[in-house]
Structure formats: structure tokens, C-alpha cells
Design a protein around this ligand. Sequence first.
Ligand SMILES: *Cc1c(COP(=O)(O)O)cnc(C)c1O
Length: 391
Amino acid sequence: MAVLKPSTPIVPEPLPFIDLQAQRKRIGNHIDKAVARVMEHGQFVLGPEVKQLEDALAQFCGARHAITCANGTDALILVLMAEGIGPGDAVFVPSFTFVATGECVALRRATPVFVDVDPRSFNMEPASLDRAITVASKAGLTPRMVIAVDLFGRPADYSALRTVTDKHGLTLVADAAQSFGARLGETRVGVLADYTTASFFPAKPLGCYGDGGAILINDDTKAELLLSLRLHGQGNDRYDNVRIGLNSRLDTLQAAILLEKLRIFDSEIEARNEAARRYNALLSDIAVTPEMDQGITSVWAQYTILLSDSGTRKAVQSSCAASGVPTAIYYPIPLHRQTGYREFSMDPEGLPHSDWLAERVLSLPMHPYLTAAAQEQISRAVSDGILAGAT
Ligand SMILES: *Cc1c(COP(=O)(O)O)cnc(C)c1O
């Protein structure tokens, strides 16, 4: 006879951080059919779905060209290659981001220069950028490019950043790995900078079932160049490679999957925004919740709150873990403090906001299929953690 130990606590079903199964329930049969079609025609590399997806992505965000590639990191590397960025060049990146934003610069043997972020939007601060450019010039580097990141799905302040890049004659790139689908007013991410890079890693708002990426661009000549660069630097003659390139293509299978997911993406963006509004209503009295500014439509790659200090955060994490609520810290160590990146320079006033955020951020489960009931469970766990942290 099974005996329930009286001390066994009742732990609710663990919640997923991102629920890919819920999406599969909705469109799984369409995706399976799309995959079967690719199996049937057998054009696994640069098959017809790749061009179909590129046309659909370009149309979706109103850009002239979308060039798909193997992942979001390669998308950034390809952009740096297209601009001929190399040794002696300075590329300005936020410190509070995923490593790929700085990595692509260092990989090209150029110098990443770290810029601070605004503690409210999590995105690059134009004043910090301006100071970093001045200091890089004084150090003998050639300022060439700014890579702004739309952190957690919210577009950076491109008009303010553009003022700074115009003043110094720099190329403006949007690392939109987390923000594909987001908008500033009616304008979609994809046309807010000179180049926009996207990632289709499964956990991104528009994710495939493996790695994938894209570059969005309006310039026809650069689009041609990017097509060549992602294919070993191929010229008109297939065996005459006219430049040094990469092998960086999106698999036809992933393109076929993304075409199906793109069909429902707008409704998923709406559902993510509803979930974010519900979270804000539940949590804004007990934690710092993300601001929802008029005219900015985030895609909520992450829903991230701020706690008063790292001790409180630890208590909230424990309380959530105990009630089956997964949490994550994006990002615990800003780039300028990571072992491989410490040698590079930064805003001469330091990066106090990046440091401050790294101690306090906590990301909660976020996906389009999150229910109000699950969010109530999550907010109770957060609230219990805050109370426990205060004692
Ligand atoms: C995910 C991510 C990338 C890299 O994308 P991959 O497809 O994983 O290579 C780059 N920048 C940011 C900000 C990201 O979140």
C-alpha cells in the first residue's frame, strides 16, 4: 500500500521557461507537412523554401532584402566582413548583452569597445556611446561601426543612436537576435539601422528547430555582397571565388519550418504582449517591472524584472525553484568583466548600469502560451521570495 509521507510538500507541476510544445500543438501538423515536402524534393541546401522565406521575412519587416544564414552570430560576422572591419577598427557594443555581440568583433581582429546601457530600457545609452567613440579615437583606433542590441525584444533608441553615428560617420547595425518582429511606432525592426541581424535559435521569439539567422538590409549592392560572403565568397563563376567568405547557409528544413511559424508570428507577438501586461499588473507593486512605452512594441524575448539587490534575487530564485517556476539570469556577468574580454576598452566613465543590472535582473517564464493562472503561480513565488529575502 502506498503511504503518503505527511512531510511531503505539495509541489505544483513544474512550468516550462519557454513552452515549445504548446506551439507544436497549434501548428505541429503544418510543420510536419512542410518538413515532409522538403524530404520529398530533397534540396536540402538552398532549396526553394530558403528563397521563399527570405522574401517573406523581407516583406514582413518592410526591408528590400533578407539574406538567411546559419545563425545569428554568423549574421553579425557577415556584416563585419561586408564592411571590411578588421585590425585597428573600433566597433562599439553594449556590455550588457549576449557574448556574440562582442565576439564577432574580436573574431575579426577588430577592437570591441564597450558602452553602457540605460537601466530602464536595458539598451545602449547614446551619451555613453559618444564618450566611448572619443576615447577610442584618442587611443589611435578607427571608429567604424556601432552594434546596438535590442535587449529582451525591445528596440534600442535608433533615432538617438543615429544622431551619434551620423556625427562620427559610423555604420549602425541592429543586433535584433532577440527583437525580430518588434516595432518602433509602425516601423518594424529590420529597417531601423543600416544592417539588422536576426537569430532563429529555438528560444528566440521566432525560432526554428536548430540554428538559423538572417540579415535584413535595404542596400542592393551590400545584399549581393552578403549573398556571396555566405557562400564561400562565390562570384558569377561557381568555381571562381572572388573573395574570402564563409559556409553559412540556413538549411532548407529550417526555412520550411520558419515559413510555417512566421504565419502565426503576429498573433504570438500579441499574446506575448498580453502576457507582459498581465505580469506588470501582478508584479509592479513588488518589483521593478519593464516599462511599456507608448509606440514601442517589444516581442518580449525575455520578461525581466529588477530586484532590490542580489540577496533578494537569490531568495526569489530559491522560492521559484521550490514551487516549480524556472527563472534565469540574463546576464550575470557583463561582457567587459568576462575573462576573454577584460583587455578591451570602454566608456571612460565606466559601465555602472551594466554592473548594477547584472546584480539585480531576473527573467521569468515567457512565451505566447503562458496562461493567467500560471502567471499568478509565478507571481506568488516571486512575492514569497521577496518576503523571505527581507527577513
Ligand atoms: C542569441 C543572440 C545572438 C546569437 O544568435 P545565435 O543564433 O545563437 O548565433 C546574438 N546576439 C544576441 C543579443 C543574442 O541574444
